[in-house]
Ligand binder design. Structure first.
Ligand code: KG4
Ligand code: ZN
Length: 385
């Protein structure tokens, strides 16, 4: 194991262009993230063509900035790691092409990293930095973001990590539900952080939301995942129903006029404060937002803790953009210890997309010489195994 190995990570799967350097899989040397929020904000969501264009524009300066911050040059780096999926095909392709050309020009190994595995390693990297690198197994990871809501049992065999999916969303990701609900209520983009801020002003018990009981065909899912085990219990999620329930509430309470007025008012404010949001939302809307957040957080915690119980989980990693949510953190911090489960989150900055997590996830592949050929491509639907 070479603790001096320097891996340059590159991430471009959605709307952040990021580059970072990680030493020996355990020390974050530098990390730079160029957010595209300003580009996509007027559309209330990520526009794939614009994302690819922005990545093309940002990849070189962001990578140079990460190297400069670290006081390094391209020649100092031992390997190039890149997210090759899942994500937006065009966006992924910009990062993959850039990383391949760097690897070729510098004659350095190329390492392909699954974005979801990256989110898991965001937590592991920070735990190692705190000197807390030894985990109690079984380990379960809840990866919850704008594009994903997954439960993975994570296992380390030698240096290599293996993952078994025991739950995923049947429709929308949890972050997508936050974003769509915020858009529907005229609150802006991205919705998660805004709903998090607005929720503290409302009553989380005011509006009751229910979630469907999901029937599972364990046999079918195991076969689809190419595994031999049968009847492994699954814990799937579904978040498109709650978005529709919010829409019904808006219709029956005739909130459309107020929503349009709020949307216009917020467009005039460059960086709305908590007080701006409170002023622009009536009591009914504040309560609706708080109840929505409480319902999603309650469902995520309930299903995840049930999975912990079923699989005798000792350590739970909660990661991805939605892991930045204060109510979600609070709920797991309360529920985990009660069930004897140690819960780890990434810092807020490492919860959302970044390249440090990609460089960190690449380290075990570096040790096992699991390198990618220059013929790899972007895989929008890449599975994690
Ligand atoms: O991990 P990420 O940057 O990108 C994906 O891989 O999808 O996650 C972005 C998602 C968005 O849906 C955003 O609204 C959500 O994470 N998010 C939050 C919070 N911060 C970001 N959701 C709830 N509460 C937050 N504080
Ligand atoms: Zn992500």
């Amino acid at each position: 194991m070479d603790k001096s190995t320097l891996i340059l990570g590159i991430e471009s799967s959605c709307d952040e262009t990021a580059a970072a350097i990680v030493r020996g899989g355990e020390e974050l040397v530098s990390s730079v993230v160029a957010s595209q929020i300003a580009t996509h904000s007027p559309y209330g969501g990520v526009v794939p063509e614009l994302a690819s264009r922005e990545h093309l524009r940002n990849l070189v300066p962001v990578t140079r900035a990460a190297l400069a911050k670290a006081g390094l040059t391209y020649a100092d780096v031992d390997a190039i790691a890149v997210t090759n999926g899942p994500g937006l095909a065009g966006a992924l392709l910009t990062g993959v092409s850039f990383a391949k050309s760097l690897a070729w020009a510098l004659q350095k190994p190329l390492i392909a990293v699954n974005h979801i595995e990256g989110h898991i390693h965001a937590v592991l990297l920070e735990q190692r930095e705190k000197g807390n690198g030894v985990l109690d197994f079984p380990v379960l990871a809840l990866v919850v973001s704008g594009g994903h809501t997954h439960l993975f049992l994570a296992e380390q065999i030698g240096d290599a990590w293996h993952y078994e999916n025991i739950g995923h969303t049947r429709d929308d990701a949890a972050g997508e539900a936050f974003d769509k609900t915020a858009k529907l209520l005229g609150l802006g983009y991205p919705g998660g952080p805004i709903i998090d801020r607005v929720s503290k002003f409302g009553d989380p018990q005011a509006v009751k939301f229910t979630f469907a009981q999901l029937k599972h065909s364990a046999r079918q899912e195991s076969k689809r995942a190419g595994r031999m085990e049968e009847n492994r219990k699954r814990f799937d999620f579904s978040y498109s129903g709650i978005k529709t329930a919010v829409l019904r509430y808006v219709e029956t309470h005739e909130l459309f006029g107020a929503i349009e007025a709020r949307r216009r008012a917020l467009l005039e404010i460059t960086a709305p404060t908590d007080e701006d949001f409170r002023r622009l939302c009536d009591r009914q809307t504040l309560d609706l937002v708080a109840s929505f957040q409480a319902a999603v957080v309650g469902d995520l915690t309930h299903r995840t803790m049930a999975a912990c119980e079923e699989y005798g989980v000792q350590t739970l990693l909660v990661t991805g953009g939605v892991a930045a949510n204060s109510a979600l953190r609070g709920a797991f911090e309360k529920r985990g210890p009660r069930s004897g489960v140690r819960v780890h989150f990434p810092s807020r900055i490492m919860s959302t997309d970044n390249a440090a997590m990609i460089a960190a996830a690449a380290y075990s592949k570096w040790i096992s010489r699991d390198f990618a050929g220059l013929d790899i491509s972007a895989e929008a639907n890449l599975q994690l195994r």
